[in-house]
Design a protein around this ligand. Structure first.
Ligand code: SF4
Length: 132
């Protein structure tokens, strides 16, 4: 079930999603949100209770603080934007066990295999670039 967020919690999540991989130090987030550390701590604790972030202890700028790391991810349609179903004339009648069934669709199977191969090649190239 979607979590109900206050305006400030929503703003905090938007900012944290811009730093999806490493998160932000809590003081950096308070500064960007324009709130006091007390109010900011409350927001972080509530977001952690809702399972949307984790608060990781970290020694930074000469003292112990918390890094706020988002546990949710920004979702885009990029991975499926080229899927054949989007422009398929049968997509209104296609369903599991239906007249047209995605489990036996050659177009969908071809797209999945090609997407997987393209993704795999991209990852291998990234790894290769890191090693050199
Ligand atoms: S699974 Fe195949 S038939 Fe069904 S909508 Fe996608 S492309 Fe069309």
């Amino acid at each position: 079930m979607p979590q109900k967020l206050t305006k400030l919690e929503e703003e905090a999540i938007k900012l944290l999603l811009k730093h999806q991989d490493k998160g932000l130090l809590q003081s950096e987030l308070w500064h960007k949100l324009g709130v006091t550390s007390r109010e900011g701590s409350r927001i972080a604790i509530r977001l952690e209770k809702k399972g949307m972030i984790k608060r990781v202890k970290e020694f930074a700028k000469d003292r112990w603080t918390r890094r706020l790391v988002p546990l949710i991810r920004r979702v885009t349609i990029d991975p499926i934007k080229d899927a054949p179903c989007i422009s398929c004339p049968y997509n209104q009648i296609c369903s599991i066990g239906g007249v047209k069934d995605p489990r036996s669709c050659p177009l969908l199977e071809k797209w999945i295999i090609e997407s997987y191969q393209a993704h795999k090649a991209q990852m291998e190239k990234k790894i290769e670039n890191r090693e050199h």
